[in-house]
Ligand binder design. Structure first.
Ligand code: 13P
Length: 336
């Protein structure tokens, strides 16, 4: 087993998942504004530290994705944030792309940036304790999107990122996110997601990447948010598994889904059904941002000093997601 494969398995095994707490300062400011909390350095740290020191970290969270600001902060007098995360047995990770900008030659599609100077930044993050990384590419669906140009450019960047990360002895999460926004059908989502994932692995293989040390972070196969042809969770699970089986090489250790704007309960229910029917050899788990943090953030915003109360809400969510990652969740458990 390679060193990278070991790290990936430590993050994903035993029903554990990933807490994506890597919102950029701009995104975090929006999230805090939505619950009327001022986005100061102290408040961003307080909320994140509250989650990172929860009981739920121990049994549920295998890895935490941090943002540049957070990985450099201290949790207490003698502990950095990565040390706090490691003390719970979880692996510290870092988002290393610098965001999606308008793709030259297009008016709507985006290209994810961050390759310039990446090797040097990776070395610094490794020294700070990171052992895995994330890069998110983003694709819209419409009758003309994603274009061949957007797939080609984004996937090329993803593969170059992944190769640099492995060179620095960390596990790359590759996240080609096909967005939920739009009125497309689930079949459109299936077709476009499959195309993007297949291209992604072709490019990873071209770059000679060790697939046993890669984690795929895809979207589930859903009908668009504006579509009137919504499908059931059972159908979501079946189509999502079909997509994985047809598009993902069997060498990768695991898949960790993003929540993408689904509610906490929907993201949990869908993950549970995917695991119930899982006939792949991948570990299938979560790498949720909003679907792990939303209710904790709402509760915390009412009294930012109520650490214990906020942790209780987060622990519950993390427990539910970890049950779903084993196909053992049921709606009844949400009320307990
Ligand atoms: P969501 O689960 O909120 O979609 O965030 C996951 C993530 O890390 C997006 O890059």
């Amino acid at each position: 087993m390679s060193k990278l494969n070991k790290i990936a398995l430590k993050i994903l095994s035993n029903g554990k998942g990933i807490l994506a707490a890597d919102e950029s300062t701009g995104t975090m400011t929006k999230r805090l504004k939505s619950v009327n909390v001022l986005s100061t350095t102290e408040n961003r740290l307080l909320f994140r530290k509250t989650l990172f020191s929860s009981e739920g970290m121990k049994n549920c969270i295998g890895g935490v994705i941090l943002y540049d600001e957070t990985i450099k902060q201290t949790a207490s007098l003698n502990k950095t944030i990565p040390e706090l995360i490691s003390s719970f047995g979880a692996v510290p990770g870092i988002k290393v792309d610098t965001g999606a900008k308008i793709l030259a030659g297009s008016s709507e599609e985006k290209i994810t940036e961050g390759l310039d100077g990446l090797r040097e930044r990776l070395k610094e993050y490794y020294k700070l304790g990171a052992r895995f990384t994330k890069w998110r590419s983003v694709f819209n669906i419409s009758n003309k999107y994603p274009s061949k140009l957007s797939i080609h450019s984004n996937i090329h960047a993803l593969a170059r990122y992944a190769k640099l990360v492995q060179e620095c002895e960390m596990v790359p999460i590759v996240e080609p996110e096909v967005l939920m926004n739009g009125n497309h059908s689930a079949q459109d989502c299936f077709d476009k997601t499959s195309e993007v994932i297949k291209k992604c692995f072709e490019e990873l293989i071209l770059h000679n990447i060790d697939l046993t040390g890669v984690i795929l972070k895809p979207n589930m196969i859903l009908a668009g948010t504006e579509s009137d042809k919504k499908i059931s969770s059972e159908e979501i699970a079946k189509l999502t598994l079909k997509c994985l089986k047809e598009s993902v090489p069997t060498d990768i250790p695991g898949v960790a889904f993003l929540s993408g704007g689904q509610t906490e309960i929907k993201a949990t229910e869908n993950l549970n059904l995917i695991n119930k029917h899982n006939d792949t050899n991948f570990i299938v788990t979560y790498s949720y941002g909003r679907a792990l943090q939303q209710s904790a953030l709402k509760f915390w915003s009412k009294d930012i000093k109520d650490i214990k109360g906020t942790q209780k809400i987060f622990n519950h969510r993390a427990n539910m997601c970890t049950l779903a990652a084993q196909g053992k969740w049921s709606a009844k458990l949400e009320d307990k």
